[in-house]
Design a protein around this ligand. Structure first.
Ligand SMILES: [Zn+2]
Length: 298
């Protein structure tokens, strides 16, 4: 996997992680986003995650004020869910991105909106990055993991609310052209589209094209609104656009001409080939003349 540190999160670092997820890849199912509560503050979690002897870490932390922190690069697995190396475990560390949430020790209290408003977009970004469905099967609480000691974590943190908010994110993040470009140039995506499994490859390609289309139409809608404003304001812009539109239409009819010429010359070429194969003698000069005639008549 590619290294990923979320630019929206403050990088904290931790010595507690498994390099390169022991060969696991978040872009390959199964993969989860696992939500936790800190039973403490960001500072107390950080103190724990900085000590090797604690053998604990998380990819991300969300503060009560909505601030984001990152301790482990997404390409590595964090030690959060307590089930590393448990084959087949739900929410296995090697197959998860983990998010701790600050609770100030009051893990049964309601959390402030700011925390939810920061956690949900983070979950959404992670899911988008690895094509993980944003639902309760893939975004889970620590207590839903298997292969670990029983836990109540994340206690009163509202996992349903985070998933609903993350899923309802709509296409607005795709409307950002930077996101679209980033998605298209994402080396992990290129690797997946280059998968040797043709079924996997075409499924990913279809998904990619659908998202691309949705993103582009959102951008176009936004731009045509801006264009309309511009047009209202400036006669020169309106004229320039009209000129461009006329050029486009000329180009498109020119393309149509080229296509019918290609069809006509191909048909003549096929006819000549049939004659030659049937033993007829067609010299190069007359073949060229016939093809040129076909081109002119197209
Ligand atoms: Zn937990």
């Amino acid at each position: 996997m590619q290294s990923y540190r979320d630019p929206a999160a403050k990088w904290m670092g931790s010595p507690n992680f498994t390099r390169d997820r022991n060969g696991h890849d978040m872009a390959v199912q199964p993969a989860w986003v696992v939500l936790h509560t800190m039973v403490g503050t960001v500072a107390s979690a950080d103190a724990r995650f900085q000590q090797k002897s604690q053998q604990a870490s998380a990819h991300y932390g969300v503060g009560l004020d909505g601030a984001l922190y990152q301790w482990v690069d997404e390409k590595d697995s964090a030690w959060t869910n307590g089930n590393s190396a448990v084959e087949g475990a739900i929410g296995r560390n090697e197959d998860s991105v983990t998010i701790e949430h600050e609770d100030g020790g009051r893990y049964d209290d309601p959390r402030p909106d700011a925390l939810y408003e920061a956690s949900a977009p983070l979950v959404r970004r992670i899911c988008k990055r690895y094509r993980i469905p944003i639902d309760r099967q893939h975004v889970i609480g620590h207590r839903e993991c298997t292969g670990n000691a029983p836990t109540a974590c994340p206690d009163a943190l509202d996992v349903e609310r985070i998933v609903a908010m993350a899923a309802a994110g709509g296409e607005e993040d795709l409307a950002n052209s930077d996101d679209i470009l980033k998605f298209a140039s994402d080396a992990d995506n290129i690797v997946r589209y280059g998968s040797s499994d043709p079924e996997l490859r075409s499924a990913w390609l279809v998904q990619f094209l659908e998202e691309w289309k949705a993103g582009l139409s959102t951008i176009l809608a936004a731009q045509s609104g801006q264009l309309a404003q511009l047009l209202g304001d400036d006669d020169a812009v309106r004229k320039a656009i009209a000129g461009l539109t006329a050029q486009l239409s000329t180009m498109s009819s020119a393309l149509a001409d080229v296509r019918s010429q290609l069809t006509a010359t191909q048909a003549e070429l096929d006819a000549i080939k049939v004659e030659v194969e049937a033993g007829g003698s067609v010299d190069a000069a007359s073949a060229i003349a016939r093809i040129e005639a076909a081109l002119r008549s197209a």
